[in-house]
Design a protein around this ligand. Sequence first.
Ligand code: NAD
Length: 300
Amino acid sequence: SAKVIDGKLVSKQVKDEVAEEIATMKAATGHVPGLAVILVGSRKDSQTYVRNKKKACEAVGIKSFEVNLPEDATEEEVIEHISEFNNDSSVHGILVQLPLPRHMNEETILGAVNIEKDVDGFHPLNIGRLAMQRRYPLFVPCTPKGCMELLHRYGVEIKGKRAVVIGRSNIVGMPAALLLQSYFSNRQKANATVSIVHSNTKNPEEITRQADIVISAVGVANLVRGSWIKPGATVIDVGINPVDDAESPRGYRLVGDVCYEEVSKIASAITPVPGGVGPMTIAMLLSNTLESAKRAYNFK
Ligand code: NAD
């Protein structure tokens, strides 16, 4: 049965490393990193994410700033707050919690964030750099970066391997595929041969079965069955899907895209849900914010 890739454990290691570096930076420069979060509207799930990010910041010594705007706020108001944070030298990361209300243009708003503070890595210029493979982006999106960190820390060989990414969203699937095939000269290279499976792919099962490494980011419970997996493959499950569960006090529990019971018998390594990629996302956000502050204070 597959080795469990423990995202909770690795995220704790990353957070400890970040906290230690922040303490050193504070001693040397007198400054700590700052992260600003802008939340528009009152979605319960977004509020939870923002609260968790704030708590995680406090735990490692990052100063957090928060702005809450009503659902009917205007695009201009959001951009005004972004500009304030762009100009605030104690803020090194700016994050606009997604999804935004429907009347707002996501690209306009994300594009207003100074790319040097774009710790989510969603600014078109940072994504563009990721695609162009010349200059490493200032920031790489946190969830796919967390997937790569798990592969690296568990010593999974990527170079020359076949990888399949299921899902092609801007925030997970697409950047994950770009990272898996990346060959930046000044960074950890990946150099896999990558296929992307999406909602219009014919025979996704057959294509996925060729992969040594599978990253799934779809949002459909139990989509990836045992028969989709090559024996010995490494499987990273990004999906977070609620399924009814009468025995849970909440009436539901969270599962990934991957049918864990079947796949864990065939893969050589697999991330659980919860406790896999989830905790890595916040850890990467903290690490991106620290990186940004180090750049701002020229602290090596
Ligand atoms: P999304 O809805 O933006 O994208 C889903 C992608 O899946 C699309 O590109 C679509 O083409 C593809 N798809 C849909 N049906 C498919 C099918 N039957 N077969 C193959 N591909 C199909 O979702 P997202 O934002 O990328 O999130 C995906 C999942 O990951 C969700 O469950 C989300 O909750 C989870 N997620 C987890 C984290 C984390 O921190 N662990 C972060 C972001 C998202």
